[in-house]
Write a protein that binds this ligand. Sequence first.
Ligand SMILES: [Mn+2]
Length: 465
Amino acid sequence: MAFKDFRDYLDSLERQGMLVRVTKEVSPRFEIAAGIRKVSDTNGPTLLFENVAGHPGWRVAGGLFATPRLMAFALQTEENEDKLMKRYLELGQQLIKPVLVSSGPVKEVIMKGNDVDLTKLPVPTYCEHDAGPFLTAGVEIGRHPITGIQNVSIHRRKILTKDKTGLWLPPMGDLILMLQAAEEQKQNLGIATAIGVHPALTIASALKAPTGVDEMEIAGAIRGEPFEVVKCETIDVQVPADAEIIIEGVIVPGERVTDAPFGEFPGNYISLNNYITSGWDRPFDAYVVKVTAITMRKDAIFHAMLTGMPLTENHCLIRWSTAAGIYRVITRILPSPEDIHEVNATVSGGGHLDVIIGIHKRVEATARNIIHAVLATVGLVVRVVVVDEDIDVYDPVQVEWAIATRVRPDRDIIIIPPVAAQPEAAVNMPTDMYKWGIDATAPLTKEPWLYKKAIPPGVDKVDYI
Ligand SMILES: [Mn+2]
């Protein structure tokens, strides 16, 4: 990947005509988010806001990953759903360890203790009913207190006070494991938020990397060279030396806060509670982080990222990762790659909840094997639809046609009893999820043509219109 760091990536986007500078004054409250929403809906470009009300001197970049075109540029591949999924199959195959250096641009400004003031950062408020401003584009970096292995992931962080934030953690993530280990060791867990990082790190942080794999090593391989990391000032975590901003903090033991409402990736404010067996309208409480230091560049660029109604940035960061993970699960059932046609983690499911799988079916019950395997192993997938290879999994009309014409509801709709949202769910929290599948493949029959699309032959030969 030919980009040096976050701001060099912005320059690269600008040279390609994929970044627009916004000189008009915008408020961090809704106006930055509205711009990102618009570029998400109109196929780009990325935005660099140069005039943010109440934050003179600050610039805010947003919409870096808002469209498949921008993702294809970040990953240096073609803008094609299947190509992007195949590119994601490659990620994580190689690792390059970070290199510790003594200092870097992110140490140009250092604020500790009473100097820490999060309200000075131009943190946006995103959707209409959000509870306040949230950090959304920082990558959260933690270090396991026993193994010393770091983890990189993205989580929402509500600004609570000038030196406290919320930290919403999914109950099945690697950071929870670290937190449990720290509690057993009677230690506090330090956490660093890196804002404005090389795009490879943002992309790697959204992968479903196995526990114990440092996403920074995956990002190093994507980038093609090791990340240079520096030690934090106040916690035992190593962070990218070329980041724009680092927020250092400690998770406050035992303290919880309600950080809702927040417009999350499913596209509403109730998040996953529809599918979770308990806590229907009670959002999980967030952890609380006491910020111990902020280090940054002199002219730091803040990074904003929108979620909410698909399709926008975090869906683009997750969709092909989900699809690639499912592809790997299916290879256990359909060992021949030509039998796996395509996998679409749909836009409407936000890249997590809903999956369409196209297969070449040789055995009648195969689709059911796939439905059960995917629902049992891929955390947040709520619905799996399996279709034959003549259906374009990316075309909702074709998928609906297969459901309308090839499904016998008493036989082909599978509702499974609640399962853990993630098989390795580590914590005793309400994460059991209702899930279902639809076998929309045509039955194997001696007369397969009966189920085929009824189309006149020779449409491709019509040359008079
Ligand atoms: Mn991880």
